[in-house]
Design a protein around this ligand. Structure first.
Ligand SMILES: [Zn+2]
Length: 217
């Protein structure tokens, strides 16, 4: 069950005060997909970890609505010209909230991994929304950003590189590009730094390359 709670936010772009729902508690996760997407029982909590101002389209996590958030004139302009026009519904979907949050984060200069995580969450929301085309679109964006993060020396701690490499392979597999997927799965073993603790990643990468499963057992 997912428990939500209303919070009051002020948009740093247009100064509108609005209420948004946020996640207080979740329990009863019912398994995890092989791209780490957890299935919640009952309402999906994922859309409620980000907030969106329906006046201008600005979005982010709670701290992006804090008093100390820095808004440049350029960012304000980008929000009004690129995000505001895409608001068509009074109740934005989870994927739209994450997409806008990712764009804002990109304009603010956040690192590739942070952007990748937002795009991955947008893709997960699309799964729950039943929009396979948008799901692939966001998976591709996430895969590229995770790859950028791995290519940026020092951006990803050594002990996390194998899991991210596996995840990129799994994203490409779910996109339907099996060649790219296999390439990433094959690199997983080379990225392992602690064989005892990370043996499972090699195992699951081999499994997804040869005989893929949709859920972790
Ligand atoms: Zn706003």
């Amino acid at each position: 069950m997912t428990t939500l709670h209303l919070i009051e936010l002020t948009c740093p772009i247009c100064a509108v005060d609005f209420r948004s729902q946020t996640v207080v508690a979740t329990n009863g996760y019912g398994g995890k997909r092989t791209d780490f997407h957890e299935r919640a029982t009952g309402m999906q909590p994922l859309p409620f970890f980000v907030h969106l101002c329906t006046e201008c389209g600005y979005a982010g996590v709670t701290r992006d609505f804090g008093d100390d958030v820095e808004i440049t004139d350029v960012l304000r302009e980008q929000v009004w010209t690129e995000l505001a026009p895409s608001l068509q519904h009074a109740l934005p979907s989870g994927s739209l909230k994450y997409e806008h949050a990712a764009k804002v984060a990109e304009w603010q200069g956040h690192d590739a991994r942070y952007l990748a995580d937002l795009f991955l969450r947008a893709a997960w929301c699309c799964v729950d929304e039943g929009d396979t085309e948008a799901e692939r679109f966001f998976r591709r964006k996430a895969a590229w950003r995770f790859a950028d993060a791995l290519a940026d020396f020092g951006a990803v701690p050594p002990e996390e590189r194998a899991v991210l490499t596996y995840l990129i392979g799994e994203l490409w597999r779910r996109i339907g590009d099996h060649e790219q997927a296999a390439g990433w799965f094959e690199q997983v073993a080379d990225e392992v730094t602690e064989p005892a603790a990370q043996g499972w990643v090699i195992e699951v990468a081999n499994q997804q390359r040869v005989e893929p499963r949709e859920w972790f057992t």
